[in-house]
Design a protein. Structure first.
Length: 161
C-alpha cells in the first residue's frame, strides 16, 4: 500500500468522529419537563377530574400558541371532538393530544414547538390505522382547507374504530 492510501479516510467517517453529541435541545428538555409535570398532575387527580382538567389544559395550551399554529390547533380540536367524542383531550409533552382509555391516539405538534417549518398531526400506535404492512402515522400541516379537514376527520374516526 502506498502511504497516501493509509491516511485516506472517508468524509463520512471523518465528520462522524468530529461531531459530538451535545445533548437534548432546549426545546426537547422543555417538552420532557412538561411531560413530567403532566404525569404529576394526572396522578394527583382522579380520572373524572383529569378529563375535565385535560380539556381546559389543552385549550390553555392552544391559546398560548402563535399564529398560524393557534388557528390550526383550534380547528383540529373542533374536528376531533366532533369526529370522535370518545377521545379525551389532554396534554402530552406539552402538546394538545387526544386519548382513548388513557392512551394517546393522536396529537398536534405546533411548528413553533421544535422550530420546524410545518406543524404536524400525528397518530400513536394506539390508533387503529393499520393498513397492510405500511401506513402513515404523521402528517405535515401548513394550512387546513376543507379537503384536509375531511381527511383528518375520516382518519380520526378510523383511528378510534
Amino acid at each position: 500500500m502506498s502511504p497516501e492510501k493509509d491516511t485516506q479516510t472517508s468524509a463520512k467517517s471523518t465528520s462522524a468522529i468530529n461531531k459530538k453529541f451535545k445533548g437534548f435541545t432546549d426545546e426537547e428538555r422543555a417538552a420532557m419537563r412538561e411531560r413530567v409535570q403532566e404525569l404529576k398532575t394526572s396522578a394527583s387527580r382522579g380520572l373524572r377530574a383529569d378529563k375535565a382538567g385535560g380539556e381546559s389544559a389543552v385549550l390553555a395550551k392552544i391559546a398560548e400558541m402563535q399564529e398560524p399554529d393557534r388557528a390550526m390547533a383550534k380547528r383540529l380540536h373542533a374536528i376531533i371532538k366532533a369526529s370522535a367524542p370518545a377521545l379525551s383531550p389532554r396534554l402530552w409533552y406539552g402538546m394538545p393530544a387526544y386519548a382513548k382509555d388513557g392512551e394517546v391516539v393522536c396529537h398536534f405538534q405546533p411548528a413553533q414547538k421544535f422550530k420546524t417549518r410545518y406543524a404536524t398531526f400525528g397518530f400513536s400506535d394506539a390508533a387503529n390505522l393499520d393498513e397492510g404492512a405500511m401506513w402513515p402515522v404523521a402528517f405535515a400541516l401548513k394550512a387546513l382547507t376543507a379537503t384536509e379537514e375531511a381527511r383528518i376527520s375520516a382518519l380520526v374516526r378510523k383511528a378510534v374504530s
